[in-house]
Design a protein around this ligand. Structure first.
Ligand SMILES: *[C@@H]1O[C@H](CO)[C@@H](O)[C@H](O)[C@H]1NC(C)=O
Length: 322
């Protein structure tokens, strides 16, 4: 008995975490600036869309109307500070790193390793690289001269991503695959962007040539539906459709009504329906109709209204008489 209860709790824990990772997305086919879209999503759902994997990218591409081939806002925006993180999204650098002395420095925003330590370096340099594959659970040496972005695309296309290193075991494994005098790109990069909901992970899906190094090329990020869901920078004032995530917020308001009617029964269902209809018409005229659902709240005995007794209503008068 205790055993099955434990399993049940375990299962509900699993379901909870998997649904937390698979965010429900909502395509909003209304053109707004990025800040307007952000407020819209925060009012009605959780926030503008946070994207954390290629699965998420594919789900986003699929919910945009087939007829629309432009770009849609997601929740990414230029941040106030830069942070080093892993290409696959992991945010584990605080737990494990093997930076060379004096690194990372301002020399570059990507990272290679050689001779057993890590260096920061300009992303446009051409080096060999190392990918990893989730499927075969191994690191793969790629002996092709590529800049960091092209190395990342190559790994994502043929394997899973550029190599991530979480601990000394993985670092030793990589070193056993790559000659120590070789300069090799791996998954570390300096990121300047942040999610609207402050999600701390680093998954990015930039289009070729993005993000641009030059300033003034836009501080907000849109997903191109034509370019297989790749991301690009735009001016935040641009008006375009967008994607929110989260469950629809159900805001319930309970209102108590006091009605009087002569020669009628308030607990008559048809009368109650027509009262609701009238309220609904009123809300419509205020522009609130599509957002709200109206219903009566019933008591245990199925009645909606309580009759105020005359005795209660008159009790003051009776007191005076005495
Ligand atoms: C990498 O090379 C591609 C062309 O192969 C280019 O479009 C891209 O801008 C380069 N990226 C960097 C960071 O230099």
């Amino acid at each position: 008995m205790e055993g099955s209860l434990f399993v049940l709790l375990l299962l509900s824990g699993l379901f909870w975490s998997s649904s937390a990772l698979s965010r429900p997305y909502h395509y909003i086919n209304v053109r707004m600036s990025w800040p307007e879209a952000q407020s819209y999503c925060r009012e009605r759902f959780t926030d503008l869309a946070t994207v954390d994997s290629m699965d998420d990218v594919n789900r986003l591409v699929n919910i945009v109307d087939a007829g629309y081939s432009g770009s849609v806002w997601i929740g990414l925006k230029r941040g106030t500070q830069k942070r080093w993180g892993w290409s696959n999204g992991d945010d584990t650098l605080a737990q494990y790193s093997e930076w060379n002395e004096g690194h990372p420095n301002s020399e570059g925003e990507c990272s290679y390793f050689a001779f057993g330590v890590w260096y920061s370096y300009p992303c446009s340099s051409l080096l060999h690289s190392v990918c990893y594959s989730v499927e075969s659970a191994e690191y793969i040496r790629v002996q092709k001269w590529k800049n960091w972005t092209d190395a990342q695309s190559y790994c994502r296309q043929h394997h899973t991503d550029l190599a991530t290193i979480h601990n000394s075991e993985e670092w030793n494994l990589i070193k056993s695959v790559i000659p120590s005098n070789s300069w090799v790109w791996f998954g570390l990069f300096l990121d300047s962007w942040e999610w609207s909901d402050k999600w701390s992970r680093f998954f990015r899906h930039w289009a070729a040539g993005q993000p641009s190094q030059s300033s003034g090329s836009g501080d907000c990020v849109g997903m191109s539906t034509a370019d297989s869901g790749k991301w690009a920078q735009y001016s935040c004032d641009l008006q375009q459709p967008f994607i929110c995530y989260g469950d629809k917020l159900n805001r319930k308001q309970i209102v108590r009504l006091k009605l009087s009617c002569k020669e009628c029964t308030l607990n008559d269902p048809s009368l109650q329906t027509s009262i609701l209809h009238e309220i609904s018409e009123k809300l419509k005229s205020m522009g609130l109709e599509s957002e709200s659902k109206l219903s009566w709240r019933k008591r245990e005995d199925e009645k909606v209204f309580d009759q105020e007794s005359n005795y209660m209503a008159n009790s003051n008068n009776e007191c005076k008489k005495q």
